[in-house]
Design a protein. Structure first.
Ligand code: UD1
Ligand code: CA
Length: 460
């Protein structure tokens, strides 16, 4: 029997963050801290997980994988008390080993969780604590060793002068033998400066019971928690640099790497250049040989090869090879831009399909539209999709020419090859290959403004 589970401690409030929301929802690279830990657990192959949640639990539940169990901790009485809330989960699951992790230490790696587990099993430990050597141990529990073996974890608040100087700290992550953990929780007290149930007391308990305990030295980042906004900003910077390094190693060109932010799940192909001021996040994928930026934000965007996106936004949309967007355009959710589409400056596109090689180059709004291939939109085209109550679609065939400053009032269909004169307001469907012009005729009154009679300034 080798059944393992994880208990994820996440009942902390956002007091030190000065936030209304639970601390574990504070974000590192646009992802809640607890989602990072959940991802690390998944990467280590640990599927049985129980999160201990407190105030604001509905919000936290929403970012956890659906298969997670939840235990509630209504009163915050310390990390040991939090694990007590998961006692039933541990008992009922008949687990042999239990990992305990903190939801506010997002940079723990799957590799460290797995390697610590291997060591825990090899050494047949009652408890294996993940530790790290850090340059500034302030605020963390200190690892006290006797004859090289871990003998206790002492919290900052309880530490004497000598203990405060120890630079090996408790990462807040552990592997426990389940049966030992349940026993240790039973005897746990609150005789410490903070009057809390300390999970860290389990190390001393193991020694008292003559059970083997051990320490696994993890990457120093594993220990980095965020209790306040300053430490959150530091975590963001560490995570940001890691992602940038991975991309550089993959052949992405980021000449001013300090000015680019890329989320952990983003994939970018080789020979793509990312210029300063870009934020790429969510599940964004960018192909090879693209030019992104400066000042571009891509969110859950799928960008093909050889695209150019300059000073623009693209969200939850698919952009095929060879597309050019911007400067200053906004591709909102639900768009598919076909190969070699050109979206120029100050163009907003929403919930629309734009066919290959179509050009919408200037100052336009295209919403809820299906546009064919090889169309040309002049400057200032508006699909009038909203009548004040309902959104309607505009359908445009292949090879359609739409002259400048035209309004297409949806629902409306323009067939293939339609030629729409400039300044037209299209209100009814137009059959294929027709010319449509809908504007008042031009009138000219000769000499009406003779010698600037009606416009004196214009007369010099
Ligand atoms: C804890 C450790 C410390 C370690 C540090 C690593 C203890 C006593 N101390 O200190 O040795 O170096 O983590 O980051 O364990 N939580 C609950 N319910 C509670 C209290 C805490 O769910 O009643 C959760 C928090 O949401 C957080 C985690 O447990 O995710 C750690 O709690 P926190 O108060 O941040 O502990 P630290 O003081 O950082
Ligand atoms: Ca903490």
């Amino acid at each position: 029997m080798e059944k393992a589970c994880a208990v994820l401690l996440a009942a902390g409030d956002g007091k030190r963050m000065k936030s209304e929301k639970p601390k574990v929802l504070c974000e590192v690279l646009f992802q809640p801290m607890i989602a990072w830990v959940a991802k690390a657990l998944a990467g280590a192959g640990i599927e049985n997980c129980c999160a201990v949640l407190g105030a604001g639990y509905e919000q936290v539940r929403g970012v956890l994988p659906a298969h997670y169990s939840v235990a509630m901790q209504h009163e915050r009485k310390g990390t040991g008390h939090a694990v007590m809330m998961a006692e039933d989960y541990i008992k009922n699951g008949d687990f042999r080993d239990v990992a305990v992790l903190c939801g506010d230490a997002p940079l723990i790696a799957s590799g460290d969780i797995s390697a610590a587990y291997d060591q825990h099993k090899t050494e047949k430990n009652a408890v294996t604590v993940l530790t790290a050597k850090v340059s500034n141990p302030t605020g963390y529990g200190r690892i006290v060793r006797t004859d090289g073996k871990v003998s206790a974890i002492v919290e900052q608040a309880d530490a004497d002068e000598a203990t405060v100087l120890i630079d090996e700290i408790n990462a807040g992550a552990y592997w426990f033998n389940a049966e030992f953990l349940l026993e240790a929780l039973k005897g746990m007290g609150t005789s410490n400066v903070q009057g809390e149930y300390y999970l860290t007391d389990t190390v001393a308990t193991a020694i008292k019971l003559g059970r083997p305990s051990g320490a696994y030295t993890s990457h120093p980042d594993a220990a980095l928690g965020a209790n306040d906004r300053r430490s959150l900003a530091i975590l963001n910077e560490i995570a940001r640099k890691k992602v940038i390094d991975r991309l550089l190693d993959n052949g992405v060109d980021i000449p001013f790497a300090g000015q680019v932010v890329v989320g952990p799940s983003v994939e970018i192909g080789a020979d793509t250049i990312i210029l300063p001021g870009c934020i790429l996040k969510g599940e964004t994928v960018v192909g090879n040989g693209c030019e992104i930026g400066p000042n571009t934000q891509l969110t859950d965007a799928a960008i093909g090869d050889g695209c150019k996106v300059v000073s623009s936004f693209v969200e939850a949309s698919r952009v095929d090879d060879g597309v050019s967007i911007g400067p200053m355009s906004n591709i909102r959710p639900g768009c598919h831009l076909g190969p070699d589409v050109k979206i120029g400056d100050f163009v907003e596109v929403k919930s629309s399909n734009i066919g290959a090689k179509t050009s919408i180059a200037h100052l336009s709004y295209i919403g809820d539209s299906d546009v064919g291939t090889r169309c040309n939109f002049g400057c200032g085209i508006v699909t009038v999709n909203y009548d004040g109550n309902t959104k309607h679609r505009t359908t445009i065939g292949d090879g359609v020419f739409v002259g400048c400053n035209s309004n297409l009032i949806a629902p409306v269909v323009l067939g293939d090859g339609v030629y729409c004169g400039a300044g037209t307001t299209v209100t009814k469907d137009v059959p294929a290959w027709a010319l449509v012009v809908g504007r008042s005729r031009q009138t000219v009154r000769e000499d009406w403004n003779k010698s600037g009679a009606k416009f004196k300034k214009g007369n010099g």
